[in-house]
Write a protein that binds this ligand. Structure first.
Ligand SMILES: NC(=O)c1ccc[n+]([C@@H]2O[C@H](COP(=O)([O-])OP(=O)(O)OC[C@H]3O[C@@H](n4cnc5c(N)ncnc54)[C@H](O)[C@@H]3O)[C@@H](O)[C@H]2O)c1
Length: 267
C-alpha cells in the first residue's frame, strides 16, 4: 500500500530539483504523476528518465504564467486521468534572470541588487512565475476538484524567504510571502469542501537553483550562519514534506506552511 495509491498528481516545475524529487517520491507511493514544466524538450527527456524504472510519470508542457496554458494542462490531465487529486506548485525562479539548469555568475555588483536599483520588468517577471503561476495552478486544480466533487490536497512551494528578509532579493522574498498568504486565504475558502491547501517553506536546498550559492565561499558562509544544522538540505527531504502534505497523513492540516530548514526560526 502506497500513501498515494490511485491518486493523480500534477507537479509544476516537476522535471528539476524539488519538483523532480517529489515526482519520484509520489510515484513510488503509487501516484500517477504528471510533471509539467516550461521546456518541452528537457521535459520529455526528464520524464523518460524518471519513468524508466516503471514509474507512472508523464510530461506535459506548461508555462505557469499563462492562464490558457494552465487551463490546457489541467483539462488535459482530467480528460486523460479522470481527475486531479493532488497538486504540487513547485515551478519558480530565484530572480528574473534565472534559468533552471544554467549556473549564472555570482553577481559582481551587489549595488545592482539593491531595492532602489531594481527594474520593474524584473519584479514583474518574478511575480508572474512565483505568485501568478502558483495562483493559477491552485485555481485550475480547485475548479476541477469541485467539478468532480473529489477531495483534494494542494501543496505550494514557498520559502524561508517568505518569512525572513534576504537582502538583495526583495522580489523573491515578497513573492514567497505572497505564496504563504495565498495558501492561508485559499485554504480558508475551501476548508469545508474537502480541499486542503498547505505550503512548504524550505531553507537552502541542493538543487540547480542554489548551484551558484554552492560555488561561492562567501555565500556558503552566509547560508551556514543562517542554518543551525550547518548543512544545506537535500531535495528528498523536501519531497518527504510534500508527500506528507499531499497524503492523508496530514488530513487535519490546512492553511499551514511547514519549514524544513535545518533549524532556522528556532530563536
Ligand atoms: N532550492 C532551494 O534552496 C529552494 C528553497 C526555497 C524554495 N525553493 C523553491 O522551490 C521551487 C523549486 O525550486 P528548485 O530549487 O527545485 O529549482 P529548479 O530550478 O531546479 O526547479 C524549478 C523548475 O521550475 C520550472 N519553471 C520555471 N519557470 C516556469 C514557468 N514559467 N512555467 C513552468 N515551469 C517553470 C523550471 O523549468 C524548473 O524545472 C521554487 O519555487 C523555488 O523558489 C527552492
Amino acid at each position: 500500500m502506497g500513501l498515494l495509491d490511485n491518486k493523480v498528481a500534477v507537479i509544476t516545475g516537476g522535471i528539476s530539483g524539488l519538483g523532480r524529487a517529489s515526482a519520484l517520491r509520489y510515484a513510488a507511493e503509487g501516484a500517477r504523476v504528471v510533471v509539467a514544466d516550461i521546456n518541452a524538450e528537457r521535459g520529455a527527456n526528464a520524464a523518460a528518465e524518471m519513468s524508466a524504472g516503471g514509474a507512472s510519470i508523464e510530461f506535459i508542457q506548461v508555462d505557469v504564467t499563462s492562464k490558457e496554458s494552465q487551463q490546457a494542462l489541467f483539462d488535459d490531465v482530467v480528460s486523460r486521468y479522470g481527475q486531479v487529486d493532488t497538486v504540487l506548485a513547485a515551478a519558480g525562479v530565484s530572480s528574473s534572470g534565472y534559468i533552471s539548469g544554467e549556473v549564472s555568475e555570482v553577481e559582481a555588483d551587489p549595488e545592482e541588487r539593491m531595492f532602489h536599483n531594481r527594474m520593474l520588468e524584473d519584479w514583474e517577471k518574478v511575480m508572474a512565475v512565483n505568485v501568478t503561476g502558483v495562483m493559477l495552478t491552485n485555481q485550475m486544480a480547485i475548479k476541477h476538484m469541485l467539478a468532480k466533487g473529489n477531495a483534494g490536497s494542494i501543496v505550494n512551494i514557498a520559502s524561508i524567504a517568505g518569512r525572513r528578509p534576504l537582502p538583495g532579493a526583495s522580489d523573491y522574498c515578497v513573492s514567497k510571502a505572497a505564496v504563504i498568504m495565498l495558501t492561508q486565504t485559499v485554504a480558508t475558502e475551501y476548508s469545508t469542501s474537502n480541499i486542503r491547501v498547505n505550503a512548504i517553506g524550505p531553507g537552502f536546498i541542493e538543487t540547480p537553483m542554489t548551484a551558484n550559492i554552492r560555488q561561492s565561499p562567501e555565500w556558503m558562509d552566509t547560508v551556514m550562519q543562517m542554518t543551525p544544522m550547518q548543512r544545506m538540505g537535500q531535495a528528498n527531504e523536501i519531497a518527504s514534506t510534500a508527500l506528507f502534505l499531499a497524503s492523508e497523513e496530514s488530513s487535519y492540516f490546512t492553511g499551514q506552511t511547514l519549514f524544513p530548514n535545518g533549524g532556522m526560526f528556532t530563536g
